[in-house]
Design a protein around this ligand. Structure first.
Ligand code: FAD
Ligand code: NAD
Length: 471
């Protein structure tokens, strides 16, 4: 299948997975084309995901802090007003700056960027239905599918992105809803609940499971997160399922009941956010034509080198296995190009961090305590609260804890779970530690600057094999 084509590589999808693969391929001297139908590069992450959500999270946090947390710091502020239009504009400016930057990088690395929808004609031919009309056909030696994912809908609730919304609508509301219900207490649900609750909405999160935070979050940390977010004003209904909804009235009526069955209750809201997960998006690729397979959850089936049944067609990012995270997509994209170029590539799936950008942030890497317990490995836990950390105290920002879990015999770090200020930056050190097979003692014997939040990280490591100094 590796006959000569017009391009060494054609990439379908210009999200994080696709555009990173394109840049890397350009750097490696492969003649590369990247096809994106959105009309702009960056995919979900840059346009309607990671980036706009972090803009709103950051600015809504500042607003909330100015409203509620200045007096004790000796700052007297006058009338504080929300200008939502400007907040949205600031978000859009960040997004535009970054997507333009990606377009520049593709150009700089000699990648042909085609605006249109790609589909298979045969194993080495991709047809592009151009956004501006017309068609173009590309012959390719190698193909990468990087078509990403889409929000999962809720049966019976039709998404209009105004009253019944996915995260995309939640990033673009034109006014603050009075009452907002979030179906699903995973990362999207909690990040968006934080934004709109800080801006003044009454937010209720309905979560099917007994624990918030979505898959992977350590139970103890999730419990703390729920308590802290609850204090900030978000209401939680865990162990609860939405049975049905009716959007025909002035408000949206959701019928909810205990997950295990029981009495029904009606929840009225102005806006309902459906945040119950995302699923792979592979529509319109004409995969049947070439025999590329999906599993029962719609994920494209690949081997360890990202190859489909057709060895010259690879898949990376949200439309295949693994966590739906931008940095995971990026690692896979680089590895896939290395496989094409050299035959070798590598991603360590045991060291992929997760971050929830609420305040405080929640971040983790490696296994959680329940997973380690279930694996039967003997382990030790060390924790250190931010309330005992000098920098957190001076910042008047002391909620949260660092939790280390290490193998009881070898002291090798198995997982690190943090809730606290700056957790998303701090988790990089834990990821590096796991990548290099470090022990908790290795971390504890590494000098950390004073006064920094990272000393809480060091002392949690100390607490794992010995005793912390400051607690
Ligand atoms: P996508 O980004 O979905 O890109 C796929 C692209 O392919 C799309 O632009 C699509 O238009 C295009 N496409 C599809 N079919 C075709 C076709 N036939 N022809 C041409 N183009 C096509 N992850 C994090 O790591 N950190 C975060 O903070 C974070 N925040 C998020 C917040 C929200 C609200 C959401 C929804 C997601 C967030 N994510 C976050 C997840 C992250 O956005 C995804 O993991 C990431 O975008 C996956 O990249 P991808 O390239 O695989 O897919
Ligand atoms: P998720 O899988 O993380 O969480 C969905 C939550 O909804 C789960 O807790 C689940 O138990 C619950 N749920 C499912 N069905 C339900 C129902 N019928 N009623 C009530 N609750 C229900 O999915 P998500 O939050 O939608 O996020 C989608 C993807 O996007 C995830 O893979 C996530 O990692 C990624 N993402 C990442 C970030 C980040 O890294 N900061 C931010 C946003 C999104």
């Amino acid at each position: 299948a590796s006959e000569a084509g017009d391009h060494d590589l054609v990439i379908i999808g210009g999200g994080v997975a696709g555009y990173v693969a394109a840049i890397k391929a350009g750097q490696e001297g492969l003649k590369t084309a990247c096809i994106e139908k959105r009309g702009v590069l960056g995919g979900t992450c840059l346009n309607v995901g990671c980036i706009p959500s972090k803009s709103l999270l950051n600015n809504s946090h500042l607003y909330h802090q100015v409203l509620h947390d200045t007096k004790q710091r000796g700052i007297e502020v006058g009338d504080v007003k929300l200008n939502l239009t400007q907040m949205m504009k600031a978000k859009d400016t960040s997004v535009q700056g970054l997507t333009k930057g990606v377009e520049f990088l593709l150009k700089k690395n000699g990648v042909d960027y085609l605006k249109g929808a790609g589909s298979f004609v045969d194993a080495n031919t991709i047809k592009v239905a151009l956004n501006d009309g017309g068609e173009q056909t590309l012959r390719a030696k190698n193909i990468i599918i990087a078509t990403g994912s889409e929000a999962t809908g809720f049966p019976g609730l039709e998404i209009d992105e105004k009253r019944i919304i996915t995260s995309t609508g939640a990033l673009a509301l034109t006014e603050v809803p009075k009452k907002m219900t979030v179906i699903g207490g995973g990362i999207i649900g909690l990040e968006m609940a934080s934004v709109w609750s800080r801006l003044g909405a009454e937010v209720t999160v309905v979560e099917f499971l007994g624990q918030i935070g979505g898959p992977g979050m350590d139970a103890e940390i999730a419990k703390q997160a729920q308590k802290i977010l609850g204090k900030q004003g978000i209401k939680f209904k865990t162990n609860t399922k939405v049975v049905s909804g009716d959007a025909s009235g002035a408000t949206i009526a959701l019928n909810i009941e205990a997950a295990k069955g029981g009495k029904e209750e009606v929840l009225d809201s102005d806006v309902v956010l459906v945040a119950i997960g995302r699923r792979p998006y592979t529509d319109g690729l004409n995969l049947e034509q070439v025999g590329i397979e999906k599993d029962d959850r719609g994920r494209l089936v690949i081997d360890q080198e990202y190859r489909t049944k057709l060895p010259h067609v690879r898949v990376v990012g949200d439309c295949t296995f693994g966590p739906m995270l931008a940095h995971k997509a990026e690692e896979e994209a680089v590895a896939a190009i290395e496989y094409i170029k050299t035959g070798y590539g590598h991603v360590n799936y045991a060291a992929i961090p997760s971050v929830m950008y609420t305040h405080p942030e929640v971040a983790w890497v490696g296994q959680n305590e329940a997973e380690i317990k279930a694996s039967g490995v003997k382990y030790r836990v060390g924790t250190f609260p931010f309330s005992a950390n000098s920098r957190a105290k001076t910042n008047l920002d002391t909620e949260g804890v660092v939790k280390f879990i290490a193998d009881a015999e070898t002291d090798r770090i198995l997982g690190v779970h943090i809730i606290g200020p700056g957790a998303g930056e701090m988790i990089a050190e834990a990821t590096l530690a796991i990548e290099y097979g470090a022990s908790s003692e290795d971390i504890a014997r590494t000098c950390h600057a004073h006064p920094t939040l990272s000393e809480a990280f060091k002392e949690a490591a100390m607490a794992t094999y010995s005793k912390p100094i400051h607690f």
